[in-house]
Design a protein around this ligand. Structure first.
Ligand code: ZN
Length: 226
């Protein structure tokens, strides 16, 4: 799981940022040891052993500037999760924090898969289920209205979803009814496919200061400490 990508000289020390320098080193390691896949094709690629899915949340403009060139250079695939309200707000401001819908639409579909990250980027664990249903529906409708092809995979904002037994069951039922095929949390564990629970897929959080040895270790164990 990644968010922003910035060259070292422009990158504040923030765990939601990976430097282009570190990312390139990580991509070289991935290129040599793994096959990157999209969520939409994972079901038909059972025969591939070292599968990996690279995910980038929020649709930052710096993904277009610095991630896309690296994906092209190493011919790697990644999935970008779009919170549609961030994009709408971004298009009304002068700051270029996020890609606009035209840019998202123009991303090379051979290398980038678009998926869902809610509309308003609020915490789904603190929301009534019907409100979450409406929010997710907006996320889907706005991408469709902008003719952006996407996979019906959701990355939970902040990795959060209801944990209490009954609410969780009702929430997962809502995801089924909304035709969500998989949903991602954080969790720092290695997941294999078929998923243990398709609505609680764990991702490994790659942080700002992770050097290549930490990165390799995380890909082996999911986390640094056992
Ligand atoms: Zn996010």
């Amino acid at each position: 799981m990644y968010h922003q990508v910035l060259p070292k000289e422009l990158a504040p020390k923030d765990n939601l940022i990976v430097t282009t320098e570190n990312l390139e080193e990580q991509f070289i390691y991935i290129k040599n040891n793994f096959t990157t896949l999209f969520f939409k094709e994972i079901h038909k690629e059972h025969h591939i052993s070292n599968k990996i899915i690279l995910t980038f949340d929020d649709g930052y403009y710096n993904n277009l500037e610095y991630l896309v060139p690296l994906l092209e250079k190493y011919q790697l695939k990644a999935t970008i999760f779009i919170p549609t309200e961030y994009i709408q707000n971004g298009m009304q401001s002068h700051e270029r924090n996020f890609m606009n819908f035209t840019e998202i639409k123009s991303l090379n579909p051979e290398l980038i898969e678009i998926a869902l990250h809610s509309h308003s980027h609020r915490n789904y664990s603190e929301m009534p289920i019907e409100e979450a249903r409406e929010d997710l529906k907006k996320n889907i409708e706005i991408l469709k209205k902008n003719s952006i092809k996407f996979s019906s995979v959701l990355a939970y904002p902040y990795g959060k979803f209801p944990r209490e037994k009954d609410k969780k069951r009702a929430f997962f039922k809502m995801l089924e009814e909304s035709e969500i095929t998989a949903a991602l949390r954080i969790g720092n564990e290695i997941e294999s496919y078929p998923w243990k629970n398709k609505f609680e897929i764990k991702r490994i959080d790659i942080k700002y200061g992770d050097n290549i040895n930490i990165f390799k270790w995380k890909l082996k164990l999911g986390k640094l400490k056992l």
